[in-house]
Design a protein around this ligand. Structure first.
Ligand code: HEC
Length: 129
């Protein structure tokens, strides 16, 4: 029983912080996706897209920052459908006036679950939490 009591808060720590909607943690839920699927190309900001997605730099490079490929912000807090990041991951960016490939370039799209997590984080105001 003791193990369960210790393990649960670790597993669900992010969820227990609030009770209404499940709060998404940028550090725990978003950064791991960026690390596994994006930083190999978007590490220092010298790369195409001019965007650092390394863990400590990613939030500042995304939230409220205008995209280089079109007029939308990369992440518009509260508005996933107006966030260029989401359009690039969905592959709907060209229809919206953007350019280039769906992200990750040349790789499989993010999973539906990863996409839902990113959308939820933006809907929750894209906090640096
Ligand atoms: C194989 C290399 C590669 C990978 C992996 C990759 N990207 Fe990119 N990304 C690029 C290149 C090259 C561009 C610029 C040309 C283009 O848009 O196709 C770009 C552009 C972008 C832009 C547009 C930036 C702007 O300001 O206009 C976004 C947003 C983006 N990537 C997000 C991501 C995310 C999020 C991931 C991980 C899920 C990712 N990329 C993975 C190479 C990559």
């Amino acid at each position: 029983m003791k193990h369960l009591i210790i393990a649960l808060p670790i597993a669900f720590g992010a969820l227990s912080a609030a009770h209404a909607a499940e709060p998404v943690s940028f550090a725990k839920d978003i950064v791991p996706v960026l690390k596994s699927r994006c930083v190999m190309c978007h590490l220092t900001g010298q790369e195409p897209g001019n965007m650092k997605l390394a863990p400590k730099a990613a939030h500042a490079a995304l939230v409220g920052v205008k995209a280089t490929e079109m007029a939308l912000n990369r992440v518009e807090p509260g508005k996933p459908d107006e966030s260029y990041l989401v359009l690039k991951l969905d592959g709907t960016h060209v229809a919206a006036g953007g350019t280039g490939d769906r992200m990750p370039t040349g790789g499989a799209p993010l999973s539906a679950e990863q996409m839902a997590t990113i959308r939820a984080w933006i809907e929750q105001g894209a906090p640096n939490n």
